[in-house]
Design a protein around this ligand. Structure first.
Ligand code: HSE
Length: 308
């Protein structure tokens, strides 16, 4: 195989209560990438579409190429030449795991072209390196679901252990308001110390959420989508956060919260019609305030990256 085209999905990290440990993938949006093997050793970014010229083309600075370079080094295959064309089909800095989708697409494509020398679990640390390059911290709650698909739990970082959770048959409504909230900044504003009373509430919600996935008790899932530690601080950066929450819940959402570090917000619904209605209402309300937004409605993606 000389060339491959792949798609990797966007992800919702944290899932409200599980900061840095929970995440799931969605069917759309996502990134597309074409990778071609060449005779000249080295990894090159040939083109990037859809990034408004914001992403670096320098292979050592770009998330995709840098993680692929690390992979080739580890495999002792620096003799390989790879040309990359990236099509960003999702907003960047949106809280939808944009850098993760790109890094996962690149690593998945390179691994396929090389005859699948590594498992997905073995690819994960390279994707985390890409994440660290993009936002200064190598958390795995976007890259793991982007890579494995489905709903994932990062049980521990040292050693790295990921658990695939049951995937709820629900609809995820995503709204990305066009405001700037870089992950790096959104991580800096949160407190590094947590009150024990808040930790107790958070533990209960995380445990309840995990349990709800196994029992398919989606009312419980919604009741556990509460965050007393991060959301109260980060939601200040998102315009009309409380009003959007009220609108989503009023339209039948099971739960509502920030996707990753924001500004995208997400809600989970049983019915796609209710999800669509809620998205339209929120979009319209933001438009009256002069804030543009993108909306997406998707089931939870179970596949992760695919050849397309
Ligand atoms: N867990 C990370 C955070 C996800 O909330 O900062 C970043 O998208």
């Amino acid at each position: 195989m000389e060339s491959i085209k792949v798609f990797a999905p966007a992800t919702v990290a944290n899932v409200v209560c599980g900061f840095d440990i929970l995440g799931f993938a969605v069917n759309e949006p996502g990134d597309e990438l074409i990778m071609e093997m060449t005779s000249k050793p080295g990894v090159n970014i040939i083109s990037i579409e859809g990034d408004e010229g914001k992403l670096p083309l320098d292979p050592s600075k770009n998330t995709v190429s840098a993680s692929v370079i690390s992979l080739l080094k580890k495999l002792e295959r620096e003799d390989v030449g790879l040309n990359i064309k990236l099509k960003k089909k999702m907003p960047m800095g949106s809280g939808l795991g944009s850098s993760s989708a790109s890094a996962v697409a690149g690593l998945f494509a390179a691994n396929e072209l090389l005859g699948k020398p590594l498992s997905k679990m073995e690819l994960l640390p390279f994707a985390m390196e890409g994440e660290a390059l993009a936002c200064g911290h190598g958390h795995a709650d976007n890259v793991a679901p982007a890579l494995f698909g489905g709903f994932t739990l990062i049980k521990s970082y040292e050693p790295l252990e990921v658990i695939a959770l049951p995937v709820p048959k629900l609809y995820c409504a995503l709204l990305y308001p066009h405001v700037d909230v870089p992950t790096r900044d959104a991580r800096q504003i949160i407190r590094s110390k947590v009150l024990l009373k808040d930790a107790v509430i958070q533990w209960g919600n995380i445990a309840g959420l995990i349990s709800s996935l196994y029992t398919q008790d989606y009312e419980l899932l919604g009741r556990c989508m509460k965050d007393v530690i991060i959301e109260p601080i980060r939601s200040i950066l998102i315009p009309e956060f409380d009003r959007m929450k009220e609108m989503a819940m009023g339209n039948g959402a099971l739960g509502f919260g920030i996707s990753g570090s924001g500004p995208t917000v997400f809600s989970l619904f049983r019915s796609p019609e209710e999800a669509q209605k809620s998205l339209q209402e929120m979009k319209k309300m933001l438009a009256t305030l002069g804030i543009e937004s993108n909306i997406y409605l998707s089931e939870i993606n179970e596949k992760g990256p695919v050849v397309c």
